[in-house]
Every structure is written in structure tokens, then in C-alpha cells.
Design a binder for this molecule. Sequence first.
Ligand SMILES: Nc1ncnc2c1ncn2[C@@H]1O[C@H](COP(=O)(O)OP(=O)(O)O)[C@@H](O)[C@H]1O
Ligand SMILES: [Mg+2]
Length: 376
Amino acid sequence: MNISLNQITKSYDNTQVLNNINLSINEGEFLTLVGPSGCGKSTLLRVIAGLENASSGDVIINNQSMNKVRPNKRNLAMVFQSYALYPHLTVKENMLTPLKLKQLSFWQRQPIINRFIPGVKTKVSNMMETVNEVSKTLRLEKLLERKPGALSGGQRQRVALGRAMVRNPVAFLMDEPLSNLDAALRVHMRSELVELHKKLGSTFIYVTHDQAEALTMSNRIALMMDGDLIQVGTPEELYHNPQDKRVAEFIGSPKINTLKAKVSNGNLLVNEYRLAKGISLPEDSEIDLCVRPEDVHLTEENADLSFKIHHKEYLGSDCFLHGSIENQNQNFLVRVKPSEAALLTIDQHVNIRLQREFCFLFDDLGRRINSELSNV
Ligand SMILES: Nc1ncnc2c1ncn2[C@@H]1O[C@H](COP(=O)(O)OP(=O)(O)O)[C@@H](O)[C@H]1O
Ligand SMILES: [Mg+2]
């Protein structure tokens, strides 16, 4: 079961919110659509589900175009942020309802009357078996008779998942399913979802604005900005090999550092200090050099730049030094061990060295420049 998106565009009135999206999702993979609020993630998910028509392009499932296939015939299960549970029905009834709607006719669903229709009893008892099985997987067995109002956020989330699971869909589409949970539960549910994905082996398409969720849960990440898909890859690829400055800045917390650099005589200069030579870019090119706080080291020898410490952010296992570099208008962060930080004082100037293999260069349009930074 493969899902392909082929040149999908979507406009509302005169505003285009999805620009030519091409993406192939593999069978059984956990793919996350991530990007800032408003970039088009939900719209794309709704186009896949068929809840929204694309303005152009195709959604292809198992080599078949879905453009004329109605949402309920696509065999995809959508799990929403709001859970959308029926408040007046018990957990068991909430999970049974989608099965009844799918497998029973109108008359077969009518109480009293349906007692006289042959076969209904067997069907319902098969459905109940499915519900019991799913409840076991999701640890909902003891909650089956409760109503949603008497459940915690995490339990409601599991019921919403259960309601999707009973239909045995070819893929699960989830739109920010954890965002209504408190911070601790959200982190806990990440691993629950990853476990569930492993257990079911089905395709998960997961939408979030949270880069940490994307990094921790996905097999692959598709990063969107302003209606464009800008990079697709494994979490490691997006973190260690960003192809666009917006990817470098969006993935990773705290945010990556950016230094303004310039090319002169084939040298890469930051504040007139030569960081690399043999750069084959036009004279005076303005370049952004991005480097993560953990790839900057305090050093006695071979220093690149001087860094002034403004404050220390102590996190127990790590310490982030916040500060600045002369002539650079952006704040700069350096990650050090707490034992290293203890020896430093506020307003002190320290020498730093940037780890060359993790320095990313971007041109004035934010595109990655694949120049090897030689050590100088
Ligand atoms: N029904 C609609 N009518 C008009 N504009 C919409 C509609 N739905 C979404 N949009 C716009 O499309 C853009 C993408 O929205 P959405 O897909 O919800 O973003 P995300 O889920 O990434 O936060 C936003 O600018 C939003 O305002
Ligand atoms: Mg959304």
C-alpha cells in the first residue's frame, strides 16, 4: 500500500496554500508533516483523506487515483486533535459506531426491528470481538462502559485511536493528536504512538508543528513552509544535512546559530576572520553560516572567534551559554558541560572554535551551498 501525492496544489479563493506538492509515502512508514502553523499541513492531510479537493494534482493510493473516490471509500482513518468522540456514548459504543455504520444497513441498525433481521446478531458479536481486541491493544478494557466526560485527556486520545483502529484502515492520518494534552502526557504519548505503530505495522501520516515530536517519532519527516514542501528525509538527514536555511532553523532546539559571513579571495570571512579557504563562490558573496550550539567548543588554541557570555542557562545535564559575537547582531549559543560552565563568569570573553563538518553555508536565498569547509 503506497500513497503518492502528485503535483498537488490547493487554492482558497485567490490564495494558493499548497504549491505543487510531490511526495511518496511508503507502506508501513511513520511519516510526519511538520512546519509552522498555517503552512498547509492540515490542508494537505485533508486532501489525502478526501475531506478537501485539491485544485489540481492527484492523490494516488495503490496505483489508483483517488480524485473521484469519496472519503469513506478510501479506507483511511483520520484522528483529530479534538478527538471528536460522541459524548453521550460509552467508550464501547464510540468504537462500535464506525463499524455499525460500515457493516450494517439502515434497518439493521434500528433497535427492536433489527432483532427480526437474520444475521445481525452474528455481525454485532464479530464487531464486539474487534472492539475487545483493539481495547486490549490500547489498554482500554476497564474503561469500556465509561463516557468520554469521565476520561482523562490521554484516555480520550486512546479511544479516538481505537475508533480509527477498529476499521482496520490502510493508513492512519493524524492531525496534531497530542496538542490538547499537558506537556508530560504529550511526551509519554509519543512513545505510545511509536509502540502502536510498531505493533500495527500500518502507515502513519502524522501532522505536527512540533519539531521535537517529528524528530523523536518519525521514520521520515516532510518539512513544509508557506505551502511548499522544502525537504523530505530521515530525522538525522534533516538535522545534520539541511538543504535550506529554513530547515536548519526550524529543526533543533535551541535554535541553530547564524553568523554573517563573506567571501573574499576565496576565503570565508566572519568579522574579517578567515574560517575557511578555497571557497569557490563569487567575490563579496554574502553567506549565512549556521552551526548548532553543540558544535561550538570552547578552546585555548586554534580559536575562530571571541564570544562574550551574557548568561548561563543551567539544565542539569547541559548548560547553554547565551552571548554574542562582535559585529554579529544575532544572539549566539554554546552548549557546554555544567562543570565547564561553573568556571566561567558573566561578561567574560572566551575563545570558541566551530566544528567544521557541522557548519552549514547558505546563500542569500537560503539555499545550501555544498562547499567543504577546510580547516584553517
Ligand atoms: N477553508 C479555508 N478557507 C480559506 N483559507 C483556508 C481554509 N483552510 C485553511 N486556510 C488557509 O490555508 C493556510 C493553511 O492552513 P492549514 O492547512 O490549516 O495550516 P496548518 O495546518 O499547517 O496550520 C492558512 O493560511 C489558512 O488560513
Ligand atoms: Mg493544522
